[in-house]
Design a protein around this ligand. Structure first.
Ligand code: ADE
Length: 225
């Protein structure tokens, strides 16, 4: 999978994909992520990419021209399955959306900044909008990093044990069960016996029961879906 990201703050996207699982995905050749500084398509020598909003009001808006030129240029290189705009007023991201995006070849992600992007770019270019939650970030970059991470780890071959993503929280609309590691007795608090007795069937049943109980207690809304 290849992901291009258009941003006015590429520095914010330097670290998130350079470590751990995202780093490994790229080293294995399963994922490439490339950030593009929108200022490369600035309208003048002052590197301007934003302007005041018509009608008045505080906050700058990313201008349509640099964005359109950036997207047009990148589209010459590859055909995108989705052109995604990160925005708090988009549909909320979840595991199902991550699963679906993990099947795509090429994604282009646009990060807003300040007040966002000119509405005409949303109408003419954007095929999908994503919010990562009901709160407002300073820009779309951290939200884009969340989406790339959640999607990237689902690409087949990225996780060492491919089945491990199947047991993540939210797959099957259930939260993950509790996990334990050594020591079996930590300051008097013991690991549930069933996990140390070596019966895989019993362990599986226990985990399912714990998942169900956790979901009922913490996220009953997931069980309604
Ligand atoms: N940009 C600013 N806030 C955002 C959010 N919650 N989700 C996606 N993009 C954003």
């Amino acid at each position: 999978m290849h992901i291009d990201i258009i941003t006015v703050v590429p520095e914010l996207l330097e670290s998130p994909f350079s470590h751990s699982i995202m780093k490994r995905a790229q080293e294995k050749g399963l994922l490439t992520v490339q950030s593009h500084n929108l200022r490369k398509w600035a309208i003048n020598k002052h590197m301007q990419v934003d302007d005041y909003q018509f009608g008045g009001g505080a906050g700058m808006v990313l201008m349509p021209e640099p964005l359109a030129n950036a997207i047009d240029e990148l589209k010459k290189e590859r055909t995108y399955d989705e052109i995604i705009y990160m925005t708090p007023d988009g549909p909320r991201f979840n595991q199902q959306a991550a699963n679906q995006l993990s099947l795509k070849e090429n994604l282009l992600i646009i990060c807003g900044h300040y007040k966002g992007i000119d509405e005409r770019i949303r109408q003419q270019y954007i095929t999908m909008e994503i919010s990562v939650g009901d709160y407002v970030l300073s820009g779309g970059e951290l939200a884009a990093a969340i989406v790339v991470d959640a999607v990237g780890r689902l690409i087949p071959g990225v996780l060492n044990d491919e089945t491990s993503a199947l047991f993540d929280s939210f797959q099957d609309n259930l939260l993950a069960p509790p996990v334990y590691t050594r020591p079996a007795d930590f300051r008097g608090s013991k690991v549930p016996e069933i996990l140390t007795q070596g019966d895989p069937k019993k362990v599986e049943a226990w985990r399912y029961e714990q998942s169900l109980q956790r979901t009922k207690e913490r996220r009953p809304d997931l069980l309604d879906e």
